[in-house]
Write a protein that binds this ligand. Structure first.
Ligand SMILES: CC(C)(COP(=O)(O)OP(=O)(O)OC[C@H]1O[C@@H](n2cnc3c(N)ncnc32)[C@H](O)[C@@H]1OP(=O)(O)O)[C@@H](O)C(=O)NCCC(=O)NCCS
Length: 142
């Protein structure tokens, strides 16, 4: 497989998100301009191709990066592997790439949240060495 950073928004990428995102959430499919804003920000968006760099996009993941007064924070979001391509190590390779990216940025750690019902994803993160972080997560409906 091949993992690459997204550096431009192409019709292929838009079609890939139209296919991949519903496998994670019912959030709206991102538009060209929304993805453009994402790659122009400090956050990093990566995709996986299979079987090599000439293959189709089969997965994606994002490292959300933002600064607050206490420092720069990074949060892994939207790790998705196409359902026909799971079990081949693609999810693990995507997360490893984001961890390497955060390390190169000089960050001390990376956070993520994962619903307990996402069995495969929880297994993946624990296998990779993520430790449960005892804190309360809150959500405010707007
Ligand atoms: C979670 C997800 C990204 C894993 O992608 P994947 O490419 O199939 O995962 P990998 O092949 O890299 O598997 C790596 C590890 O994850 C775990 N894992 C993967 N699939 C699993 C499954 N069906 N059941 C239990 N553990 C699983 C295993 O620990 C596996 O290691 P192993 O092969 O040595 O057992 C994929 O299932 C997915 O896209 N799910 C839907 C979206 C989602 O839930 N995203 C996470 C949001 S927090």
């Amino acid at each position: 497989m091949h993992i690459e950073p997204v550096t431009s928004i192409t019709p292929e990428l838009l079609a890939a998100f139209a296919r991949l995102l519903p496998q994670l959430t019912n959030a709206p499919i991102p538009t060209h301009d929304e993805l453009q804003a994402l790659i122009a920000s400090p956050s990093r968006l990566i995709v996986a191709r299979f079987p090599d760099e000439n293959g189709p996009i089969v997965g994606s993941a994002c490292l959300g990066v933002f600064r607050t007064p206490s420092g720069v924070h990074a949060h892994i979001e939207d790790v998705i592997v196409d359902e026909t391509m799971r079990g081949k190590g693609i999810g693990e390779a995507l997360v490893k790439t984001l961890l390497d990216t955060a390390r190169l940025m000089g960050l001390k750690g990376v956070s993520l949240t994962c619903n307990p019902r996402r069995v495969a994803a929880n297994q993946l993160y624990q296998k990779m060495g993520f430790k449960e972080w005892k804190t309360n997560t809150y959500w405010y409906d707007l």
